[in-house]
Design a protein around this ligand. Structure first.
Ligand SMILES: [Zn+2]
Length: 143
């Protein structure tokens, strides 16, 4: 976290544009926390996805709730477009989960796995985000 906090930002450069690139360099941060960008008109939550650590961004304890063994859980492979998956243990325990926000934007599928930073709109409209994204840099400090 300190590494991200210590990044040098250029004044008046769009946070909406640069934050996704900064987060790509901070995959380790995503294993611990989500990052929220809060502006006056919209809020975006960035959260990290990994098929075995945080499937679709859901943080699951590495311990089976049935047999209490650690690191015995396995996740069904996630295919493009699917937001449902199962977690199972060698002991026979199975849980079905579904991603909370169907409108969340997931990272691209790489080698059949959803890995990387996803994002979801917490408040505001996508049009507000698009307006800031496409604004000329002379207007960054006015949006
Ligand atoms: Zn178990």
């Amino acid at each position: 976290m300190m590494k991200l906090a210590q990044k040098l930002f250029i004044e008046c450069f769009s946070m909406v544009r640069i934050l996704p690139d900064i987060l790509k360099e901070e995959e380790g941060l995503g294993a611990h926390t989500a990052v929220i960008l809060a502006s006056q008109t919209f809020g975006i939550r960035y959260f990290w996805c990994h098929p075995s650590v945080r499937p679709l961004g859901i943080n699951k304890a590495p311990q089976c709730p049935n047999c209490h063994a650690v690191r015995t859980l396995s996740f069904t492979s996630l295919t493009t477009g699917s937001r449902d998956f199962t977690i199972s243990c060698n002991c026979g325990w199975v849980e079905e989960l579904s991603m909370g926000n169907p409108k969340a934007i997931l990272p691209k599928v790489m080698n059949g796995a959803v890995i990387g930073w996803a994002n979801e709109l917490l408040y505001g409209m996508k049009a507000d985000v698009d307006k800031v994204w496409s604004a000329h840099r002379d207007f960054y400090d006015r949006l």
